[in-house]
Ligand binder design. Structure first.
Ligand SMILES: CC(=O)N[C@H](C=O)[C@@H](O)[C@H](O)[C@H](O)CO
Ligand SMILES: CC(=O)C(=O)O
Length: 306
């Protein structure tokens, strides 16, 4: 695909599931999260991925999530729709829906549950690509899917011009470098692990898609800026501060997403709780969440003044 890939560069938060008080998809709350991210100047959003709790939603709900985010943000930033699902049929339905809504690209994890051979996984991604005109971003996240994308399979997929990149969430920054080396200028590699965003950017990722970005978008935008300016030492120091926050978010009893949603509530955005079987944070952790939100605000302020 001969296209300008720069709209995929930069900071692309994974969009969260936004629920009302009954736990149903909420359009006004989606709009509130969208506005919060827009105000902060992120380059795009990744809608309906792992952080969007897609695995716990019906196809109808996933269509709602894609539609609400598009209605709030179309024309304001780059929109990527995650359409990965256990069956090819559901993914195709979601892909067509995303294309109708005006998304800029599709993305999908490999099909989960049964261990499938490379041929089936390639067939799955190829079927999604054939369903619309949209460009496609492969999603490699072996620790949750059990499937590891190899450089050889990536090269095979590159024969399809719709492939414009890979979101790599495996931990070695080396994998980012290998995918970039295989794809060259025609691909964007997206850093997955937020804990090593700076390393991923230096090793070949031109962008990041991350599950914790929306909790502290200002800090990732600043880290990205420092990398672009070649200020690697300062970027590394900021990464370390970010990692203190991530470790704290992951140290509570509930799911990291429940903790992030509590932090967002303290930052002025209420998007409800998490869907079971994900666990809520315990009320006893309220003080620790206050502390995390205050730490984020203090870091944002420090970098604003710098
Ligand atoms: C395994 C997983 O969910 N990885 C996400 C996507 O790459 C990350 O963005 C994490 O949410 C983040 O690095 C926090 O651990
Ligand atoms: C974390 C992430 O990027 C996702 O929601 O898939």
């Amino acid at each position: 695909m001969d296209m300008d890939l720069t709209k995929f560069h930069g900071i692309i938060p994974a969009f969260y599931a936004c629920y009302d008080e009954q736990g149903n998809m909420s359009e006004p709350r989606t709009a509130a999260l969208a506005d919060y991210l827009y105000q902060r100047g992120v380059q795009g959003v990744y809608v309906g991925g792992s952080s969007g709790e897609c695995i716990y939603h019906s196809v109808e709900e996933r269509k709602q999530a894609l539609a609400y985010a598009a209605r709030a943000l179309k024309g304001k930033m780059t929109l990527i729709a995650h359409v990965g699902a256990p069956s090819t049929r559901d993914s195709i339905e979601l892909a067509r829906h995303a294309a109708e809504l005006g998304y800029d690209a599709l993305s999908a994890i490999p099909p989960i549950y049964f261990k499938l051979p490379d041929s089936a996984v390639v067939g799955y991604w190829t079927a999604i690509m054939a369903a619309t005109e949209l460009p496609f971003i492969i999603y490699n996240i072996p620790q949750t899917t059990g499937y590891t994308l190899t450089p050889a399979v990536f090269r095979q997929l590159l024969a399809n011009p719709k492939v414009i990149g890979v979101k790599n969430s495996s931990m070695p920054a080396l994998d980012i470098e290998r995918f970039k080396s295989a794809g060259g200028d025609r691909v964007v590699v997206f850093n997955g692990p937020d804990e090593q965003f700076v390393a991923g950017r230096i090793m070949g990722a031109a962008a990041g898609i991350g599950g914790t970005y929306a909790a502290m978008p200002e800090l990732y935008l600043q880290a990205d800026r420092l990398v672009r300016e070649g200020r690697f030492e300062e970027a590394g120091k900021l990464q370390s501060k970010i990692n203190d926050v991530i470790v704290a978010l992951c140290s509570l009893d509930g799911s990291m997403y429940a903790a992030i949603k509590e932090v967002l509530r303290r930052r002025g955005v209420n998007i409800g709780g998490v869907r079971a079987p994900l666990e809520d944070v315990s009320p006893a952790d309220a003080g620790r969440i206050d502390g995390i939100a205050a730490a984020i605000d203090a870091l944002v302020k420090r970098y604003d003044e710098a």
